[in-house]
Ligand binder design. Structure first.
Ligand code: ADP
Length: 486
């Protein structure tokens, strides 16, 4: 991609991406840049600024200086700016998708979906911001009591490599809407789109310092950012282990945080379901970002009478999928190895897949980090592949006997992010939806969108992204009460 005028793209020559701090590109204090890789070919790509504590300090200082003016503006003004950011993301979707593609290898439909969602976050919060305010509390004629949604000030958003731009926007848009300033720390493997977003937002009229991006590793940037005394709130999406580490820092500092962690979500299919649609849903759990989605419904629980039929249909459908066309590669080498380790572990435990279970060893896909879509049928519920999040194009199926058994299996996990239930009996679907321990349940393919709150029960985390709820995550409520009697 051609270099544009400095200060606009945030790019450096020869595909080097600097930080974005206080409305401009900034060289890392270390002078170093980290490599990225195109996972479709394993060839090196652009390099990203290797951030460290001095860069974090600079970004947090810029954010702390910028937010009071922003927070003091009328909601309508903040809304106008966020609408312009949404327009900019939509207008530059092609460029953002290319930056994302280069380091993730995602297929075009997935890139388009994520780019559209990224713009939608800004559009949605620009909208609700104008209508959603505090409330008044009736203390009678002798008093006026009301609440205000006030920003925390500086918010840290630490995001992973699976849906890079999308997850950054999911945190940044509501945080800015409430009047905060943000320092974003994307994964060092997939940072380019988030840096570019900040440049686009600046060009679109977002005041300097409100959206800063410091790239680099978790230990070098994420930890000092979470521990910075001026950071008053943390939003984290990523692994349970890193979530625990950041939660400990936040606990020590008494700073609230949102944790969006892993999942091992069930897709429950009753015999009376529309099996065509249920099978399609199972296949999309494999194709959507090649299973690298925390909300992927990869535990296929099927009523015994149709279990074998459903599994056979899913296996047949995933065998027709073409790597690079229908689904992308594993985004990181470490993730690729992890999925292959799961296969080896399952094999050692005597579990063989009905299809897949390996990487591609010939053809163009063998050059990249592609894993064959994989289905394990009728697995023992104690196997690692049945219990741990694999984060790849891998389904495990378990049969169930009745509604109570389905519920017990659905909840037989330490996670609780989402569940998908398929039944011709909607009342049964709803009964299950109300009982399953998960943050969101879709019955017969019900939509889960920008408007619907998203977050986990149990080890899947706490706090909610998306929806009106996220505005409250990034706001602290102030009550003002005035005595009117003389
Ligand atoms: P994964 O293991 O899937 O890469 P992580 O939870 O490690 O997921 O990564 C999610 C985000 O957390 C990334 O931006 C990563 O750099 C960051 N991160 C990883 N380790 C740490 C750490 N020790 N402190 C702060 N942030 C971290």
């Amino acid at each position: 991609m051609a270099e544009r005028k400095a200060g606009v793209t945030g790019r450096h020559d020869q595909g080097r991406h600097r930080h974005w701090i206080d409305g401009k590109p900034v060289e890392p204090a270390s002078g170093d840049y980290l490599p990225t890789v195109d996972p479709t070919t394993r060839e090196p790509g652009d390099t990203m600024a290797a951030g460290s504590a001095p860069d974090v300090d600079r970004a947090v200082d810029a954010a702390a200086a910028a937010y009071p003016d922003w927070a003091g503006r009328p909601a309508a003004e903040r809304s106008d700016v966020l609408h312009r950011v949404a327009d900019a993301v939509a207008a530059h979707a092609g460029e953002l998708m290319e930056l994302e593609r280069a380091c993730t290898g995602k297929v075009p439909a997935q890139l388009r979906l994520e780019a559209d969602m990224s713009a939608a976050y800004f559009r949605y919060y620009a909208g609700v911001l104008r209508a959603h305010h505090g409330r008044t509390i009736d203390h009678g004629a002798g008093a006026l009591t009301y609440t205000r949604l006030e920003p925390y000030g500086v918010v840290a958003a630490i995001t992973p490599w699976n849906l890079p731009l999308n997850q950054a926007c999911r945190a940044i848009a509501p945080a800015l809407a409430v009047g905060n300033a943000v320092v974003a720390k994307p994964s060092e493997l997939t940072s380019a789109s988030t840096v570019r977003l900040a440049a686009l937002a600046t060009d679109a009229g977002l005041p300097d310092g409100l959206l800063n991006v410091v790239t680099g590793t978790g230990p070098d940037v994420g930890t000092p950012l979470a521990g910075h005394p001026a950071v008053r709130r943390i939003a984290f999406t990523g692994s349970v282990a890193t979530g625990r580490h950041l939660a400990a820092i936040a606990a020590d500092r008494l700073v609230p945080l949102t944790l969006e962690l892993g999942g091992k979500s069930p897709l429950v299919v009753f015999a009376d379901a529309d099996l065509d649609r249920a099978v399609a849903a199972a296949v999309s759990a494999v194709t959507a970002n090649a299973g690298q989605v925390c909300s992927a419904t990869t535990r296929l629980l099927v009523e015994s009478s149709v279990h074998d039929e459903v599994v056979a249909r899913v296996a047949e459908a995933v065998e027709r999928l073409v790597p690079g066309r229908d689904f992308g590669p594993m985004i990181t080498e470490a993730q690729y190895r992890k999925v292959l380790d799961h296969f080896a572990d399952a094999r050692a435990a005597g579990a063989l897949p009905v299809t897949g279970g390996s990487a591609y060893d010939s053809g163009p896909a063998a050059r990249g980090l592609y894993i064959r879509p994989t289905v394990y049928a009728g697995v023992h519920p104690d196997l690692r592949i049945a219990r741990e999040e694999i984060f790849g194009p891998v389904l495990v199926s378990l049969p169930f006997t009745d509604e109570a058994d389905a519920l017990a299996l659905a909840d037989d996990t330490e996670y609780g992010l989402v569940a998908s239930v398929w039944s011709g009996d909607t009342a049964r679907g709803l009964r299950l939806a109300e009982r399953i321990d998960a943050g969101q349940v879709a019955v017969n393919g019900g939509p889960l969108t920008v408007e619907t709150p998203f977050g986990g029960f149990k080890q899947s985390g706490y706090g909610r992204e998306k929806g009106l709820e996220a505005l409250h995550e990034y706001a602290q409520i102030k009550t003002v009460s005035v005595a009117l009697r003389q």
